[in-house]
Write a protein that binds this ligand. Sequence first.
Ligand code: DGP
Length: 110
Amino acid sequence: MTLFEKIIQRQIPANIVWEDEDTLAFRDISPQAPTHILVVPRKPLPKLADATEADTELLGRLLLTANKVAAQEGLSDYRVVVNNGEGAGQSVFHLHLHVLGGRDLRWPPG
Ligand code: DGP
């Protein structure tokens, strides 16, 4: 079981900021911006590349949850990032969206 499944199942603590039937959002333990929240599906999908047509609605819900948590944080400008695979920086293999904001965000990212 991944770390994020343990958070979803309340086996380990997290600062949860949003919860609904399909998604959960909690603060990143190692924030890279004043606001850094992770949005995850309850369904364990290891990474974005594993999503199929059957996940179309779930992927939309994840983005809508990202919007909701950004609004809760009072952010109009924010960045949503998905690291897909180790070479792209993914370290936890349960799909998650990073929602980052509260400071200037440069482009291109590192
Ligand atoms: P990624 O590198 O894209 O797989 O992002 C994983 C993120 O998960 C990383 O930014 C740090 C965060 N993280 C790792 N362990 C924990 C934890 O136990 N609790 C919380 N809240 N976040 C964690």
